[in-house]
Design a protein. Structure first.
Length: 114
């Protein structure tokens, strides 16, 4: 029997250095990236804009696209099995989707779109 090896299918970073991680089995885990901010290459994640904009899925796991070219060989990535086994399972962050939707509506209203 083959053991399940989790694969990350989507990530959603938040401004408080957390990342919602969606796995291929439907589970959602919450990773606290603030624990990485003082460690070697991960110090660049202190830049909140970099943290938010470069957070992505590469190599089937949570990663940060260092080069800006989605280069799997230069990204900062984390072991998906470790994330799956150590991060707490959480509910989908509907509050976050509502916040994004409200910000989009406010921007659209200001620009007179639609």
């Amino acid at each position: 029997m083959m053991e399940y090896y989790p694969e990350v299918v989507q990530v959603i970073p938040t401004e408080d250095y957390k990342v919602y991680i969606y796995f291929d089995d439907g589970s959602i885990k919450l990773f606290d990236a603030s624990t990485l901010l003082e460690k070697g290459e991960f110090q660049r994640l202190k830049d909140k804009k970099f943290f938010m904009e470069r957070c992505t899925v590469l190599n089937g796991t949570l990663a940060w696209d260092v080069s800006g070219n989605y280069d799997e060989t230069t990204c900062l990535d984390l072991d998906p099995l470790v994330l799956y086994e150590t991060c707490p399972e959480v509910q989908e962050p509907t509050w976050l989707f509502e916040k994004i939707e409200n910000e989009f509506r406010q921007k659209s209203d200001k620009e007179g779109a639609f």
